[in-house]
Design a protein around this ligand. Structure first.
Ligand code: AMP
Length: 221
């Protein structure tokens, strides 16, 4: 099960990816998380990525492709993986396809979590992230017990630089221009599945699990 989660920022890919990871016991690789950790560590990757991330731009393909290639080759990913936030350009999708071909494998399914722009702005604009643990809250949908303080570790909650309103708009433009073409790309390969991302997270998760179960059954037939 080599699974890709596609969708605009704020569509819930992270929420769903973490649940699927538990249900299917597959490694979950989220490039946004990997890059944020690299920035926090001050590693070479982090230094290469930070200025792009703060602006809401994509980091260059050559910076990110190697990061994912290394992960899909890991023994833990031999039975499959869940990718969140990668690929985000046709160049990345082609690099991933070549990498998979080299391993004698292919993408099983690309799940598009569909959410419209207005909802994205509402979701990301209210997002508050713990500066220390990375735990995510929302001022309306999932408020912390005490305003501005993380329930989990008591640290300060912040607005991620790229969750500022002007940056959100830019991330949406980038998504439309660079990532939306992947919807056609995976549709032509016959592996695209769409899910309505505006439903309750629980229901979105149920629908993704149902479609993956159907795929597994078809494979076994
Ligand atoms: P995310 O948490 O997935 O929204 O990612 C946060 C930021 O990390 C993005 O706005 C990009 O700057 C960068 N990023 C994450 N994944 C990729 C990718 N596949 N290609 C280029 N940049 C990425």
């Amino acid at each position: 099960m080599n699974l890709i989660l596609l969708g605009p920022p704020g569509s819930g890919k992270g929420t769903q990816g973490e649940r699927l990871q538990e249900d299917f016991r597959l490694p979950y690789y989220a490039t946004g998380d990997i890059l944020r950790a690299a920035v926090a560590e001050g590693s070479e990757l982090g230094r290469a990525a930070q200025e792009y991330m703060d602006r809401g731009d994509l980091v260059p393909d050559e910076v990110i492709i190697g990061v994912i290639a290394e992960r899909v080759e890991r023994p833990e990913a031999a039975d499959g993986f869940i990718l969140d936030g990668f690929p985000r350009t046709v160049g990345q999708a082609e690099a991933l396809a070549a990498e998979m071909e080299g391993l004698g494998r292919a993408i099983t399914v690309a799940v598009l979590i569909d959410v419209d722009d207005e909802e994205v702005v509402r979701r990301l604009g209210g997002r508050r992230t713990c500066a220390k643990s990375g735990h995510v809250f929302h001022v309306d949908f999932d408020p912390p017990k005490h305003e501005g303080v993380c329930d989990v570790c008591g640290s300060r909650l912040i607005v991620r630089d790229d969750d500022r309103p002007e940056v959100i708009r830019h991330r949406l433009e980038t998504y439309r221009e660079k990532t939306m073409p992947l919807v056609d790309y995976y549709e032509e390969l016959g592996v695209l599945k769409r899910v309505d991302g505006e439903l309750e997270p629980e229901e979105v998760g149920n629908r993704i699990r149902a479609l993956l179960a159907t795929l597994r059954m078809e494979e076994e037939l």
